[in-house]
Ligand binder design. Structure first.
Ligand code: NDP
Ligand SMILES: O=C(O)C(=O)[C@@H](O)[C@H](O)C(=O)CO
Length: 279
């Protein structure tokens, strides 16, 4: 294992984001500080949490204890569905800010569009307010389809810096990626390992054997070479270290195409369908 620091990608607002980050969905609150500390020691400089995950406090604790300067670690959190709406979002952010205890937050996202509720445009206005106040550095969205991104554009709002969506070899999100490329919105892959479900694929086992790496490393390298951000989660120290040790090899065109060919479209989706999720 080589200690590795991820390259960064440029956001359209002038800031930079480490391309490989560390997710903490379903990381139990009591284990979060430990998992994030292992990740920071392994070289991760980008942590992805959310109000939903109930572990912002552990993320903040690990970042503060790391000895790293605050500006060396990129921290994302998200406003949960129940808190959508202008005033509710401002209140929810104040609680995230308190739980993280890190001062400024690098990136604040709308977690899901919840389109039938009709609140995401006003929610995004609250994100603009928070940015204007200097409490968040960048603002973006998650699980937005092109039509939801169009609604923000038609309302004259700031272009999100990124859209965090489910994306892995079995769900490759071609339309969402293409919209992002046209409008300067980076794509960030959540469940980049398909929540672990893609790792048994024989195509990945073959590529892994060719490089002497794990299937997870092959998938993460595929994400990086396609130019997007990926935020794998693990609570297992060896896997946390394995998942960032992806900068010492390169997949060739044949290997990249073989992973591209695993796309199963909508049947590869493991999570909710954004346009239909309105709880
Ligand atoms: N915006 C959104 O709506 C969503 C955002 N997210 C974000 O994306 C992050 C990643 O997505 P997530 O759903 O966690 O799924 P991932 O694709 O990151 O998969 C995580 C699973 O894979 C396992 N795993 C991790 N590394 C390896 C490895 N090297 N070898 C074998 N198995 C491995 C983990 O096990 P173990 O932990 O036991 O090691 C865990 O079960 C989340 O943590 C969260 O931050 C996730 C879902 C929705
Ligand atoms: O997609 C799902 O089905 C989930 O339960 C999660 O993705 C959850 O909604 C979430 O947003 C986690 O970030």
């Amino acid at each position: 294992m080589t200690s590795a620091i991820s390259p960064t990608l440029a956001l359209h607002d002038g800031r930079e984001i480490p391309q490989l980050g560390f997710g903490v969905y379903k990381t139990p609150p009591a284990q979060t500080a430990e998992a994030v500390s292992v990740a920071l020691a392994a070289g991760y400089r980008h942590i992805d949490t959310a109000t939903l995950y109930a572990n912002e406090q552990g993320v903040g604790e690990a970042v503060r204890a790391s000895g790293l300067d605050r500006d060396e670690v990129f921290v994302t959190t998200k406003v949960w569905n129940a808190d959508q709406g202008y005033d509710a979002t401002l209140a929810a952010f104040a609680e995230s800010e308190r739980l993280l205890g890190l001062g400024v937050v690098d990136l604040y996202l709308i977690h899901w569009p919840q389109p039938a509720r009709g609140l995401f445009v006003d929610t995004y206005r609250a994100l603009e307010t928070l940015k204007g106040e200097g409490r968040v550095r960048s603002i973006g969205v998650s699980n937005f389809e092109p039509e939801h991104l169009e609604a923000l554009r038609e309302a004259g709002l700031e272009t999100p810096v990124l859209n965090q969506v489910e994306l892995h070899p079995r769900l490759q999100q071609e339309q969402v990626r293409a919209y992002g490329e046209r409008h300067g919105i980076l794509t960030e892959a959540w469940a980049p390992l398909g929540r672990g479900s893609v790792l048994d694929d024989p195509v990945l086992a073959g590529i892994a054997a060719e490089h002497g790496i794990s299937p997870a490393q092959a998938v993460l390298r595929w994400h990086l070479q396609q130019g997007r951000i990926a935020i794998p989660k693990s609570v297992t120290p060896e896997r946390i270290r394995d998942n960032i040790d992806v900068f010492g090899f390169v997949l060739d065109e044949v290997q990249m195409a073989a992973i591209d060919a695993l796309d199963a479209g909508e049947s590869g989706r493991t999570g909710k369908v954004p346009g239909e999720f309105n709880d």
